[in-house]
Design a protein around this ligand. Structure first.
Ligand SMILES: Cc1cc2nc3c(=O)[nH]c(=O)nc-3n(C[C@H](O)[C@H](O)[C@H](O)COP(=O)(O)OP(=O)(O)OC[C@H]3O[C@@H](n4cnc5c(N)ncnc54)[C@H](O)[C@@H]3O)c2cc1C
Length: 393
């Protein structure tokens, strides 16, 4: 009998297992893959993550990011670079492996290459059955099995279709052979894909190339948009990109969904805890993995099984940010050409958004500020809109 079972060892599961082990609890964590394993991801982590680890992640950071080069349909490049760091680029195989090793070092029992097939809440405890047929029991279960993870889908009935779809490719490059300086910046393209963006996130050996857009606005056109992107973007045109991976980005979509049920709770992607504007999920996986584990530890310490404290924490600390991020997404993705033209004239908007990424300003304050700018000078907005229509598409 374990205090807790963790399902999945991405950033959410590793952090949950680590936190539980640090609290002196008996925890076992199952992961279907074997580390280091590939995870389709841009691998950019915002600086918000810094205070969350009690170990050093600098060994797996490949690039430090201070801003971005933005394009509209691969043209009109505009560099907006801050003096301060906004994020760190990692390869997910190395980053996730480090987190698993640290969880093991803290005392969590790690089982790799073992897929969880069933979760049954028996009221007094939970039973988890793995693919070998063995069943394990614990007081609590933390589901952290990622996008389309079965805990979120099957146990909680979350809708996997309320997501964004993506395509990614890792492109090996030689920095001396490309014209563009790829240090300290991300490359982000608006307008090629509806309700989303294309990106190139440079690492030491690879350019992580990708594109994501919301399913409900895009349907099944992502392959065509990705092709357009990689054949037109100045940084990518000279590469032949043959290997691609498709994945789901389970963006947040409903603040009323409860992410605890009996003795089971959800953290990270399986609970759709991904920022709906940028698709940032690593920080939120770590944050919610830790919060879920703390709720479990609190219940065990107090001798009860009421996990509702986790939901209260989500409702006050996290979900309002996602609601505001969704409003920002609606504003920008509805009129990407107009917003790109606005940004060209007023780069302070992006500088201020970097503060949101750093966690120094809330998405709500930012949204209200941008919205009031628009409302206070509607004629200026109209002119920009007309100008943007006259620019080449
Ligand atoms: C294309 C793309 C680009 C992205 N770019 C960024 C970015 O640049 N920055 C950012 O912050 N976020 C990004 N994200 C989001 C980020 O990848 C996720 O939010 C993050 O990985 C969530 O972590 P997690 O631990 O919840 O899930 P995961 O990292 O997916 O980990 C879940 C783990 O559970 C395991 N698992 C699944 N089912 C089972 C099972 N039944 N039994 C046992 N194990 C199981 C999986 O093998 C996996 O290792 C991106 C996502 C995509 C798809």
């Amino acid at each position: 009998m374990y205090s807790a079972i963790v399902i999945g060892l991405g950033p959410a599961g590793s952090t949950a297992a680590h936190t539980l082990a640090n609290a002196g609890l008996k925890v076992i964590a199952f992961e279907k893959e074997t580390f280091p394993r590939y995870k389709s991801c841009g691998g950019c982590i915002s600086t918000k993550v810094e205070g969350l680890f009690d170990f050093d992640i600098s060994g797996v950071v490949e690039k430090t990011i201070k801003g971005g080069q933005f394009t509209y349909k691969s043209a009109r490049p505009m560099d907006i670079i801050s003096e301060r760091t906004v994020g760190y680029n990692v390869m997910r195989d190395r980053f996730d492996h480090l987190l698993v090793e640290e969880a093991a070092r803290a005392g969590a029992e790690i089982v790799e290459g073992c897929k969880v097939k069933a979760v049954a809440d028996r009221g007094t405890h939970v039973e988890v059955t793995v693919d070998s047929g063995e069943t394990y029991s614990a007081s609590f279960v933390i589901g952290a099995d990622g996008a389309s993870g079965f805990t979120g889908r099957e146990v909680f009935g979350l809708n996997p279709k309320e997501s964004a779809v993506s395509i990614t490719a890792e492109v090996e490059y030689d920095a001396s052979a490309i014209v563009e300086n790829v240090e300290e910046k991300l490359f982000i393209d608006f307008g090629t894909v509806p309700w989303g963006y294309g990106w190139v996130f440079p690492k030491d050996r690879y350019l992580s190339v990708g594109m994501a857009g919301e399913i409900r606005h895009m349907g099944s056109t992502i392959k065509r948009h990705f092709e357009e992107f990689v054949t037109s973007h100045p940084l990518l045109k000279s590469f032949e990109i043959t290997e691609r991976v498709g994945w789901t980005v389970p963006i947040f979509y409903d603040e009323k969904k409860e992410l605890f049920k009996g003795r089971v709770l959800l953290a990270g992607d399986t609970g759709h805890l991904v920022d709906p504007f940028l698709g940032e999920g690593i920080y939120y996986a770590v944050l919610t993995g830790r919060a879920a584990a703390r709720s479990v530890a609190e219940c065990i310490g107090a001798g009860h099984s009421d996990l509702s404290g986790y939901q209260r924490w989500l409702n006050t600390e996290l979900l309002p940010e996602f609601v505001s991020a969704e409003k920002i997404a609606n504003l920008i993705y509805r009129y990407p050409r107009l917003w790109f033209s606005i940004l060209e004239k007023d780069t302070d908007i992006m500088m201020r958004y970097y503060d949101v990424i750093r966690g120094e300003e809330s998405a709500e304050v930012f949204y209200n500020w941008v919205f009031s700018k628009v409302k206070s000078k509607p004629w200026k907005m109209l002119k920009r809109w007309v100008d943007s229509r006259l620019m080449p598409a």
